[in-house]
Design a binder for this molecule. Sequence first.
Ligand code: GAR
Length: 202
Amino acid sequence: MRKTKIAVLVSGGGTNLQALIDAQGSTLVSGEIALVVSNNAGAYALERAKKAGIETAVVLKKELGSQEAFEAKLKEILTEHGIEVIILAGFMTILTESFTACYPKRILNVHPSLIPSFCGAGFYGLRVHQAALDYGVKVTGATVHFVNEIPDGGEIIAQKAVEVLPGDTPEVLQRRVMEQAEWILLPQAAETVCAQLNKQTN
Ligand code: GAR
Protein backbone atom coordinates (compact mmCIF):
# COMPACT_ATOMS: atom_id res chain seq x y z
CA MET A 1 0.00 0.00 0.00
CA ARG A 2 1.16 3.52 -0.80
CA LYS A 3 2.09 5.56 2.25
CA THR A 4 2.11 9.35 2.37
CA LYS A 5 5.49 10.69 3.47
CA ILE A 6 5.15 12.72 6.65
CA ALA A 7 7.56 15.15 8.30
CA VAL A 8 6.93 16.01 11.94
CA LEU A 9 8.20 19.42 13.09
CA VAL A 10 9.01 19.70 16.78
CA SER A 11 10.61 22.02 19.33
CA GLY A 12 10.42 20.30 22.69
CA GLY A 13 9.55 17.13 24.53
CA GLY A 14 7.82 15.47 21.65
CA THR A 15 5.02 13.55 23.37
CA ASN A 16 2.79 14.19 20.36
CA LEU A 17 5.56 12.93 18.09
CA GLN A 18 5.68 9.82 20.30
CA ALA A 19 1.92 9.35 19.92
CA LEU A 20 2.37 9.47 16.13
CA ILE A 21 5.29 7.01 16.24
CA ASP A 22 3.28 4.63 18.44
CA ALA A 23 0.26 4.91 16.14
CA GLN A 24 2.22 3.74 13.09
CA GLY A 25 0.86 0.38 12.00
CA SER A 26 -2.34 0.77 14.04
CA THR A 27 -4.20 4.11 13.80
CA LEU A 28 -1.74 5.51 11.28
CA VAL A 29 -1.45 3.20 8.27
CA SER A 30 -1.85 5.52 5.27
CA GLY A 31 1.23 7.57 6.12
CA GLU A 32 4.72 7.06 7.50
CA ILE A 33 6.97 9.43 9.40
CA ALA A 34 9.94 9.87 7.09
CA LEU A 35 11.60 12.80 8.85
CA VAL A 36 11.58 14.76 12.12
CA VAL A 37 12.78 18.37 11.99
CA SER A 38 13.48 20.54 15.02
CA ASN A 39 14.23 24.23 15.39
CA ASN A 40 15.91 23.40 18.71
CA ALA A 41 19.01 21.20 18.76
CA GLY A 42 18.34 20.17 22.37
CA ALA A 43 14.75 18.99 21.82
CA TYR A 44 14.10 15.62 23.47
CA ALA A 45 11.80 14.90 20.53
CA LEU A 46 14.95 14.31 18.45
CA GLU A 47 15.94 11.47 20.80
CA ARG A 48 12.49 9.93 20.41
CA ALA A 49 12.88 10.04 16.61
CA LYS A 50 16.35 8.50 16.74
CA LYS A 51 15.14 5.68 19.02
CA ALA A 52 12.43 4.94 16.47
CA GLY A 53 14.99 4.92 13.64
CA ILE A 54 13.57 8.04 11.98
CA GLU A 55 15.85 10.48 10.20
CA THR A 56 16.24 13.86 11.91
CA ALA A 57 17.30 17.36 10.93
CA VAL A 58 17.89 20.56 12.90
CA VAL A 59 17.22 23.97 11.34
CA LEU A 60 18.25 27.00 13.40
CA LYS A 61 16.86 30.44 12.62
CA LYS A 62 19.70 32.05 14.57
CA GLU A 63 22.31 30.42 12.32
CA LEU A 64 20.42 31.18 9.12
CA GLY A 65 19.90 34.82 10.06
CA SER A 66 16.31 35.46 8.98
CA GLN A 67 12.80 33.98 8.86
CA GLU A 68 13.07 33.85 5.07
CA ALA A 69 16.30 31.87 5.13
CA PHE A 70 14.88 29.60 7.86
CA GLU A 71 11.78 28.79 5.81
CA ALA A 72 13.82 28.34 2.62
CA LYS A 73 16.08 25.80 4.37
CA LEU A 74 13.07 24.00 5.80
CA LYS A 75 11.49 23.77 2.33
CA GLU A 76 14.74 22.50 0.84
CA ILE A 77 14.99 19.67 3.39
CA LEU A 78 11.33 18.72 3.05
CA THR A 79 11.62 18.63 -0.75
CA GLU A 80 14.81 16.56 -0.61
CA HIS A 81 12.94 13.97 1.44
CA GLY A 82 9.85 13.94 -0.79
CA ILE A 83 7.63 15.06 2.09
CA GLU A 84 3.93 15.33 1.27
CA VAL A 85 2.39 16.12 4.66
CA ILE A 86 3.84 18.22 7.49
CA ILE A 87 2.68 17.82 11.08
CA LEU A 88 3.46 20.55 13.59
CA ALA A 89 3.66 18.75 16.93
CA GLY A 90 4.72 21.30 19.51
CA PHE A 91 6.58 23.36 16.88
CA MET A 92 6.94 26.68 18.67
CA THR A 93 7.60 29.05 15.82
CA ILE A 94 5.19 30.74 13.45
CA LEU A 95 5.48 30.00 9.74
CA THR A 96 4.69 32.81 7.31
CA GLU A 97 2.48 32.71 4.24
CA SER A 98 5.44 32.21 1.91
CA PHE A 99 5.90 28.81 3.57
CA THR A 100 2.30 27.80 4.33
CA ALA A 101 1.09 28.70 0.80
CA CYS A 102 3.43 26.02 -0.60
CA TYR A 103 1.53 23.28 1.27
CA PRO A 104 -2.20 24.04 1.10
CA LYS A 105 -4.16 21.59 3.29
CA ARG A 106 -0.93 19.65 3.81
CA ILE A 107 0.21 21.14 7.11
CA LEU A 108 -1.51 20.01 10.32
CA ASN A 109 -1.10 21.52 13.76
CA VAL A 110 -2.22 20.37 17.19
CA HIS A 111 -3.27 23.15 19.54
CA PRO A 112 -4.06 22.58 23.23
CA SER A 113 -7.42 24.38 23.44
CA LEU A 114 -10.79 24.43 21.73
CA ILE A 115 -10.12 26.96 18.94
CA PRO A 116 -11.24 29.81 18.72
CA SER A 117 -10.57 30.05 22.47
CA PHE A 118 -7.03 30.69 23.76
CA CYS A 119 -5.28 30.61 20.40
CA GLY A 120 -3.30 32.80 18.03
CA ALA A 121 0.03 34.57 18.50
CA GLY A 122 1.41 34.22 22.02
CA PHE A 123 -0.75 31.22 22.95
CA TYR A 124 1.48 28.17 23.08
CA GLY A 125 2.34 25.39 25.51
CA LEU A 126 1.57 26.05 29.17
CA ARG A 127 0.47 29.64 28.43
CA VAL A 128 -2.66 28.25 26.77
CA HIS A 129 -3.61 26.28 29.88
CA GLN A 130 -2.76 29.22 32.16
CA ALA A 131 -5.10 31.41 30.08
CA ALA A 132 -7.91 28.84 30.29
CA LEU A 133 -7.48 28.61 34.08
CA ASP A 134 -7.34 32.42 34.44
CA TYR A 135 -10.56 32.76 32.46
CA GLY A 136 -12.24 30.09 34.55
CA VAL A 137 -13.56 27.87 31.75
CA LYS A 138 -14.90 24.52 32.93
CA VAL A 139 -14.21 22.75 29.64
CA THR A 140 -11.15 23.02 27.43
CA GLY A 141 -9.64 20.53 24.98
CA ALA A 142 -7.52 20.20 21.88
CA THR A 143 -7.87 21.05 18.21
CA VAL A 144 -6.16 19.66 15.14
CA HIS A 145 -6.38 22.04 12.21
CA PHE A 146 -4.85 22.79 8.85
CA VAL A 147 -2.23 25.53 8.93
CA ASN A 148 -2.54 28.64 6.81
CA GLU A 149 -1.10 32.16 7.14
CA ILE A 150 -3.30 32.99 10.17
CA PRO A 151 -1.84 31.63 13.43
CA ASP A 152 -4.23 28.86 14.58
CA GLY A 153 -6.70 30.12 11.95
CA GLY A 154 -6.82 27.27 9.42
CA GLU A 155 -9.74 24.89 8.86
CA ILE A 156 -10.51 22.67 11.84
CA ILE A 157 -10.09 18.92 11.27
CA ALA A 158 -10.95 17.55 14.73
CA GLN A 159 -11.64 18.71 18.29
CA LYS A 160 -12.11 16.99 21.61
CA ALA A 161 -13.32 18.50 24.88
CA VAL A 162 -11.62 17.87 28.22
CA GLU A 163 -12.90 18.85 31.69
CA VAL A 164 -11.12 21.43 33.82
CA LEU A 165 -11.15 20.25 37.44
CA PRO A 166 -10.94 22.20 40.69
CA GLY A 167 -7.35 22.71 41.79
CA ASP A 168 -5.89 22.23 38.30
CA THR A 169 -2.50 23.78 37.66
CA PRO A 170 -1.38 24.53 34.07
CA GLU A 171 0.85 21.43 34.24
CA VAL A 172 -1.92 19.12 35.47
CA LEU A 173 -4.37 20.46 32.89
CA GLN A 174 -1.79 20.17 30.11
CA ARG A 175 -1.23 16.52 30.92
CA ARG A 176 -4.98 15.76 30.99
CA VAL A 177 -5.52 17.53 27.64
CA MET A 178 -2.63 15.59 26.12
CA GLU A 179 -3.79 12.21 27.46
CA GLN A 180 -7.48 12.63 26.77
CA ALA A 181 -7.33 14.61 23.54
CA GLU A 182 -4.05 15.45 21.76
CA TRP A 183 -2.43 12.01 21.68
CA ILE A 184 -5.68 10.49 20.36
CA LEU A 185 -6.77 13.20 17.92
CA LEU A 186 -3.45 13.86 16.20
CA PRO A 187 -2.79 10.31 14.89
CA GLN A 188 -6.45 10.01 13.84
CA ALA A 189 -6.33 13.32 11.96
CA ALA A 190 -3.00 12.37 10.35
CA GLU A 191 -4.56 9.13 9.13
CA THR A 192 -7.62 10.92 7.71
CA VAL A 193 -5.49 13.42 5.77
CA CYS A 194 -3.00 10.81 4.48
CA ALA A 195 -5.78 8.40 3.43
CA GLN A 196 -7.48 11.20 1.51
CA LEU A 197 -4.23 12.15 -0.25
CA ASN A 198 -3.52 8.52 -1.17
CA LYS A 199 -6.99 8.27 -2.73
CA GLN A 200 -6.28 11.37 -4.84
CA THR A 201 -2.87 10.03 -5.89
CA ASN A 202 -4.12 6.56 -6.95
C1 GAR B 1 1.41 20.33 23.13
O1 GAR B 1 0.50 20.52 24.18
C2 GAR B 1 0.94 21.05 21.88
O2 GAR B 1 -0.45 21.02 21.72
C3 GAR B 1 1.39 22.45 22.18
O3 GAR B 1 2.66 22.29 22.79
C4 GAR B 1 2.74 21.02 23.44
C5 GAR B 1 3.93 20.26 22.90
O4 GAR B 1 4.15 19.10 23.62
N1 GAR B 1 1.45 23.24 21.00
C6 GAR B 1 1.17 24.54 20.97
O5 GAR B 1 0.91 25.19 21.96
C7 GAR B 1 1.21 25.17 19.59
N2 GAR B 1 0.54 26.44 19.59
P1 GAR B 1 5.00 17.88 23.05
O6 GAR B 1 6.34 18.45 22.58
O7 GAR B 1 5.17 16.97 24.22
O8 GAR B 1 4.23 17.26 21.91
